[in-house]
Design a protein around this ligand. Structure first.
Ligand code: C2E
Ligand code: CA
Ligand code: CA
Length: 579
């Protein structure tokens, strides 16, 4: 027996040793888990737990050893406040009932101190269970941050476009259930780009934050505000009773944003336009439709001027469509060769010979006939199409100027072209390509272009003058800061705007105020060595008066209307009189 028992005892000892080692490994593993773990038996009594479990629930580990009931554990947790932010008794009942379930169960609870714990409950065959507890507060916060980032604009803290659209769907459904009308508004800042350029990007960001803050205050409680991108914002107003109320809300936003903003000791005016669309319970407009309406209303508001609002009405759709069509056709016009340049003579005084011509753009529209620039240039400017169109104008005019060997060629530059970084190299390349002498090219820039920051533009103009190109200020007198340019801007000539010339000799403008202004401009220019042109001369009396004042150059219907190149060629060859 003994002989037989000996190997058994050895086996047993080895087994015990193995078990001990295994238990040690198990214990070490358990103590080092990041999760809290506890085992309960079929009587809901604790068999085993690890330190992490007690830590998570702020429980003293020595107080609750093996044998305590789940009920006692939960009571101890309630005593130290480590339980969810609900009533104690219902929680206790829920937790104990959960232990009775024979199915695995996962839950996430938020403790009263704000920590979030994920609990996995796994039943065992003897009706006991093992549960693991993990503090996922940090992970949850990170997830919340990601969700917030994905739906909010980090600069202003407002909801972003995605959130706006999701909210719009919600508001639409809620208002349909309540049979209530509501509104969606687009808010577009008037002068943000100019402010951003002048003040720099950091200050531009600060302006957007101030706008967001003010917008929040301008809307009512329950309305939501979002930043849809750049300088465009959106408002959802879930309770707007009819068009008049939509107009009232829009008007309040326009007026509120027209007030200046205080930014680092200075006051900045931005202003905004608002387009609103009203959703009525009796007209089930889709979200896309409402956004399109708001967009159309905004487009109309912007077309009507700064700090304006419009509430969508069906008529607006017609204007909007016309513009869409025009934009579409304008995009194709360049490729289809529908643009043409006409040329108007610039008359040198006192001799009266043609010293130059101004190139003026015409669009030969296949069905509308000749479209004047005033009808399509604003759209070209807004859409950026002016850049390729302007390049075509410059190249065509310079080519024509080179062919007309003697006269100067004046070309109009739009504000956008003037700001484009590639302007100087473009002019250089076109001059080289066409062979036009730089001294025969005059680039006309308008005051509106100069309302923008001067620094970059002055640099470009300096470089252009450096290569011999002449710079001309167009429409002088129509902007706000004319005299300031004369001080800062490198230029060779200025053109007195037609509105002054037109009023010359007009007896109703007494006592000859216009005459005095023109006189002052001419003598000022003489004093600072800048040439003067008078535009829009139509009558002999105007010509006479300008000659008297010593104006150096005239232009107007009196000397010739803008004409096609072929007609201008004949005039320059002396074969025809200007029309
Ligand atoms: P602008 O540069 O001031 O051009 C003079 C405008 O006055 C021309 O109008 C011309 O036809 C008109 N005009 C000339 N003499 C008289 C006159 O005696 N009486 C009257 N009532 N009008 C006269 P247009 O061609 O319709 O051009 C309008 C404006 O469009 C131009 O004003 C210019 O700012 C812009 N523009 C024209 N072509 C171009 C271009 O190629 N590029 C850019 N960026 N702008 C252009
Ligand atoms: Ca001009
Ligand atoms: Ca002009």
């Amino acid at each position: 027996m003994l002989e037989l028992a000996t190997p058994n005892a050895g086996d047993l000892l080895r087994e015990v040793a193995d078990l001990k080692a295994q238990s040690l490994r198990f214990g070490t593993a358990l103590e080092n888990l990041v999760q809290g773990v506890c085992f309960f038996d079929g009587e809901q009594r604790l068999i085993l737990s690890n330190r992490r479990y007690w830590e998570i629930y702020n429980l003293p580990p020595d107080r609750l050893g093996p044998g305590v009931t789940l009920h006692e554990v939960i009571l101890a947790r309630i005593a130290v406040g480590s339980f969810p932010a609900e009533e104690e008794q219902p929680y206790l009942a829920w937790r104990v009932a959960l232990a009775d379930q024979s199915k695995p169960h996962d839950s996430v609870v938020e403790l009263r101190d704000g920590r979030v714990i994920a609990i996995h409950h796994r039943p065992m065959p003897d009706r006991g269970w093992v549960s693991t507890h993990e503090d996922i507060t940090e992970r949850r916060r990170a997830e919340d941050r990601i969700v917030h980032l994905a739906s909010h604009d980090p600069l202003t803290g407002l909801g972003n476009r995605a959130l706006f659209q999701a909210r719009l769907v919600e508001v639409r459904a809620a208002c349909a259930r309540a049979a209530r009308s509501w509104a969606v508004l687009y808010v577009d800042l008037d002068d943000f780009k100019a402010a951003n350029d002048t003040l720099g990007h950091a200050q531009g960001d600060a302006v957007l934050q101030l706008v967001a803050e003010r917008l929040r205050r301008l809307v009512r409680r329950g309305d939501s505000v979002a930043r849809l991108g750049g300088d465009e914002f959106g408002v959802l107003a879930p309770d707007v009773n009819g068009e008049a109320e939509a107009a009232q809300l829009s008007g309040r936003i326009v007026a509120g944003l027209a007030e200046p903003f205080a930014l680092g000791g200075r006051s900045v005016c931005i202003g905004a336009c608002v387009g609103a669309a009203l959703a009525r319970p009796d007209h089930d407009a889709s979200p896309e439709q409402l956004l399109r309406w708001a967009d159309m209303a905004l487009y109309q508001a912007k077309a009507d001027g700064r700090s304006t609002y419009r509430v969508f009405r069906p008529e607006l759709e017609t204007a909007w469509r016309a513009r869409q069509d025009l934009e579409h056709e304008l995009r194709a016009a360049l490729d289809r060769g529908e643009f043409e340049l006409h040329y108007q003579p610039l008359i040198a005084l006192p001799g009266g010979e043609i010293g130059g011509v101004e190139a003026l753009l015409r669009w030969n529209h296949p069905t509308r006939g000749i479209v004047p620039p005033a009808e399509f240039l604003p759209l070209a400017e807004e859409t950026g199409l002016i850049l390729p169109i302007g390049e075509w104008v410059l190249r065509s005019a310079c080519r024509q100027g080179a062919a007309w060997s003697r006269v100067r060629m004046a070309v109009n530059l739009s504000p956008l072209q003037l700001q484009a970084p590639g302007l100087v190299p473009l002019v250089e390349a076109v001059l080289a390509e066409t062979g036009l002498e730089p001294g025969r090219l005059e680039l006309e820039i308008t005051e509106t272009a100069l309302l923008r920051p001067l620094a970059g533009i002055v640099g470009a103009l300096d470089r252009l003058r450096g290569i011999g190109v002449r710079v001309v200020i167009d429409d002088f007198g129509t902007g706000y800061s004319s005299l300031a340019y004369l001080q800062n801007l490198p230029c060779d000539k200025l053109k007195i705007d037609r509105s002054f010339v037109c009023a010359l000799g007009d007896a109703s403008v007494a006592p000859d105020r216009t005459g005095a202004i023109v006189q002052a401009i001419v003598s000022l220019c003489r004093a600072i060595g800048v040439e003067v042109n008078a535009e829009g001369v139509e009558t002999a009396a105007q010509e006479e008066r300008l000659r008297l004042e010593g104006c150096g150059e005239m232009q107007g219907f009196r000397f010739g209307r803008p004409m096609p190149a072929s007609a201008m060629s004949a005039v320059l060859r002396g074969e025809a009189e200007p029309a």
